[in-house]
Write a protein that binds this ligand. Structure first.
Ligand code: BES
Ligand code: MG
Ligand code: ZN
Length: 492
């Protein structure tokens, strides 16, 4: 599907579907919807609004066929004007596109630039959200279905006649395509079967698709770097672990240097502390953090910010076997800190311990890790909201605010030192886990021990990375959470 911006009136663009909108309670539409109403003999005000009582509630979509014109008008409810947001534009567009794909026949859609009229929102951002929503709405993971419904939509046009708004919308739409594609590619990686997606193939994907310089280290090289904690987690698998390091350097002098780390457990069976079947079922999603950082790099390569960005993934599989690491094992991590394995299923933090140490050696100004780390975070926050922790409150707040503008919710969880009390070990510097209570926070405290002084944020996406039922954007399965927030946090 191609996304375009056209400087033409919406009623002059030939398309199968024309999208206009209505704020809640408006009886006589103005702007573009008003113009369409006039052109089609008040059919919107007299019929749709008055007779059919369509009142523009957010997310409601009224389908008005115009058989003589060979097209359909879709009137999208924007809800109350004072409650309108950019994210609503995106989610609504995704919903409309999904609805059009279901028809199997819509080839071309033209949409008004929602929000840029009476609501007075920034045209560039409105267009970005429309483009991103349209791309997101086309998403489905159907490669293994023999009877799949292909996307029938070939073109999605954003119409705007005002010269200035048109120019801004054009730029915005291009940005929306970049972000939307990055999110969809992350979803693809996460939804992929772990049969085919393991450290080596994940690394190959990064090399071929991250768009930036990518180095992959093998087991012997990882060993040389002293990353024994990372290696211990992967030693039960037939698949060799891979350390993936992607780097983007701007042409101009970088304003700051950021390292992003994604948890990359391509399958988490729990190891010898095997998970029960119901918990194991979706554990191919345990590389959602890795997918987020790889696909963020795809966008960074195109957006070219004045920021040096390093993305790191310690990719391995957590399996039970004769060679697997065992409860009670003591491992010397890269920092020299010894870890007693209390539970082999708390593997993410063990791999991250070494990845954090690796990242800190690059001397970045800040480090962000993103991980499907704890069931406890999911219990605390559900699937609505991700957890955020770290050692820098100002940056945590900044991240939360930027993520919110992208419609991604993060909630700060406490990281009091006392949460680390349960991690005390008799034989090593620390245990990797200490029980179920406050599990997201004790995991955060564990990770903090592997950072010396760098500003660090930890994002726990265990509850938000993979959904069993569809969210507001209509997404089920992998969400690609984190990609939008990371792109925004790095580039703005
Ligand atoms: N990958 C899981 C966490 C997870 C749970 C992600 C549910 C997505 C959905 C992690 O490796 C794990 O198994 N954590 C354990 C830690 C426990 C043994 C202390 C958990 O949360 O149960
Ligand atoms: Mg686990
Ligand atoms: Zn895990």
């Amino acid at each position: 599907m191609e996304i375009k911006t056209e400087k033409k009136s919406i009623t002059d663009i030939k398309a199968d579907v024309m999208i206009v909108n209505l704020f809640e309670g408006v009886k006589k539409p103005g702007g573009v919807t008003g113009a369409a109403d006039k052109k089609y003999k008040n059919i919107i005000s007299e019929y749709v609004i008055k007779k059919e009582k369509f009142d523009g509630k957010y997310g409601d979509i009224y389908e008005l066929p115009l058989p003589e014109e060979g097209k359909k008008i879709l009137i999208a409810g924007l809800g109350k004007q004072e409650e309108f947001t950019y994210v609503k534009i995106r989610d609504l567009t995704a919903k409309i596109v999904r609805q059009c794909i279901k028809t199997g026949s819509v080839k071309k859609i033209v949409s008004v630039l929602h929000g840029a009229g009476i609501a007075g929102l920034d045209p560039k951002l409105c267009a970005r959200m429309i483009a991103e929503g349209a791309i997101s709405g086309t998403y489905s993971f159907n490669k293994y279905k023999s009877n799949k419904k292909e996307n029938c939509i070939k073109e999605f046009i954003i119409s705007e006649i005002d010269d200035k708004k048109y120019k801004e919308a054009k730029q915005g739409a291009e940005l929306g395509v970049i972000t939307g594609e990055a999110v969809n590619r992350a979803r693809d990686l996460i939804n992929e079967s772990s049969q085919y997606l393991y450290p080596e193939t994940l690394a190959k994907y990064a090399v071929e698709n991250s768009g930036v310089k990518t180095t992959v280290y093998n087991k012997a090289q990882i060993k040389k770097m002293g990353m024994n904690a990372f290696l211990a987690v992967g030693q039960g698998s037939i698949h060799e672990p891979k350390l993936i390091h992607m780097e983007y350097k701007p042409e101009k002098k970088a304003k700051r240097k950021i390292a992003i780390i994604g948890k990359g457990i391509t399958f988490d069976a729990g190891g010898l502390d095997l998970k029960p079947p119901s918990s194991m079922l979706t554990m191919r999603d345990d590389m959602s953090g890795a997918a987020a950082v790889i696909c963020t790099m795809q966008a960074i390569a195109k957006l070219k910010p004045d920021v040096e960005v390093h993305a790191i993934v310690a990719a391995c599989e957590n399996m039970p076997s004769g060679s697997a690491y065992k409860p009670g094992d003591v491992i010397i991590s890269k920092t020299g800190r010894s870890i007693e394995i209390d539970n082999t299923d708390a593997e993410g933090r063990v791999t991250l311990a070494d990845a954090l140490a690796y990242a800190e050696e690059l001397n970045p100004d800040e480090i962000i890790d993103i991980a499907t780390l704890t069931g406890a975070c999911m219990v605390a926050l559900g699937t609505v909201c991700s957890g955020i922790m770290g050692n820098n409150d100002k940056k945590i707040k900044e991240f939360i605010n930027k993520a919110a503008e992208e419609g991604e919710k993060f909630w700060q969880l406490p990281m009091y030192e006392e949460y680390g009390d349960t991690l005390k070990s008799d034989i090593a510097d620390t245990k990797n886990t200490g029980g179920r209570m406050g599990g997201a926070s004790s995991a955060g405290v564990f990770l903090s021990k592997f950072i010396k002084q760098t500003a660090w944020l930890h994002l726990d996406i265990a509850g938000t990375a993979f959904l069993e039922s569809a969210n507001a954007e209509g997404i089920k399965g992998a969400t690609g959470v984190g990609v939008r927030s990371l792109i925004k946090y790095i580039t703005e």
